[in-house]
Write a protein that binds this ligand. Sequence first.
Ligand code: ADP
Length: 379
Amino acid sequence: MVLIVDDKSENIFSLKTILELHSFPTDTALSGEEALKKILKNSYALIILDVQMPGMDGFEVAEAISGYSKGRDIPIIFLSAANTDKKFITKGYTSGGIDYITKPIDPDILLLKVKTFYRLYEQNRELNRIQADLRSEIEFRKKVEDELQEAMKNKDEFISIASHELKTPLTTIKAYVQLLDRSIAGPGSNKMFVERALVQVNKLDSLIMDLLDISRIESGKLKFNKKVFNFEGMLSNAAETIRQTYPDYRIIRKGQASIGVFGDEMRLEQVIINYLTNAVKYSPDNKEVYIETSIGPDNNLIVLIRDFGIGISKDQQSDIFSKFYRVEESANQFQGLGIGLYICAEIIRRHDGQYGVESEPGKGSTFYFSIPLNNYPNL
Ligand code: ADP
């Protein structure tokens, strides 16, 4: 809407007629004071302001408008008898558009200026709308992000508390089941039930240990007890454990690793057991798993665990070492939490090593890691 401010009603009438003929909605005020009241109440796209008025003159009105947050952006066209000094006109009115028309008014020029300002006003309004939309979108996203962040914190804290609380009773149960197992002599159905219970207790135990490791990694408290140990001894031990747990599978060794390695033996065994357990778990139809060891050109020990199972597509291979990541297509078929490889990656990183996978869906996967052999500290 265009606000026409003039003390002479005949001037107002002629301006109003020109503008309305060209479909510009108008409002009118017969004095500066009335104009100010209306500006506070309504929204205007443009003000046409007579300079010479009794009471507040046009410049005073413009100066007052510049103090209103609501009005300071409304463009003004001054109507003046003579060409007034522009500097004076813009005094106190720095933002918004300013223009002036001298009397007697040329309707074509007036219309041209009104059209320009109106278009600017509409573009401005559209920009403001887009800006407001963007702002609320950003606020919404930020809120969701904050909530997500908080949920993830809460989640880590929950995992930490829950795994600590579960650990103590489970350790007791495990000890009793082990005692029970030893107390039943010879084969028999009771012995078999106890052994099955023990297998499940051990699974639960390693799950809780993994969850505890996650909280330790998060809080920077995953500790390593590094010393020089014989890698071969540890590796054959790990292979034997898997053979006993999964008697249907053939765990085949290639190469040997009689070499002193400086590292945390238990943690590195954890990596190998994890790789092997996955190799078995994700190969339901092909029961051969290879363990291959070699010394790389950079004097590093390379360990490969090769299976001929379901494999992993190229685009998922980089994600599987991330926390809680599981390949969606196979997630329902195989149980798991998606934390084993994340822990492995952290353990290998903390040995200055490298890790990765090569795989083809339907053909199998080779998980590998390497650790430097020349990282003996100054003993
Ligand atoms: P989990 O096995 O408990 O899901 P991991 O962190 O050990 O968690 O593995 C993450 C994901 O990587 C698994 O869910 C699985 O989709 C994929 N994966 C790991 N090892 C293999 C493998 N040998 N063959 C095929 N997929 C594998």
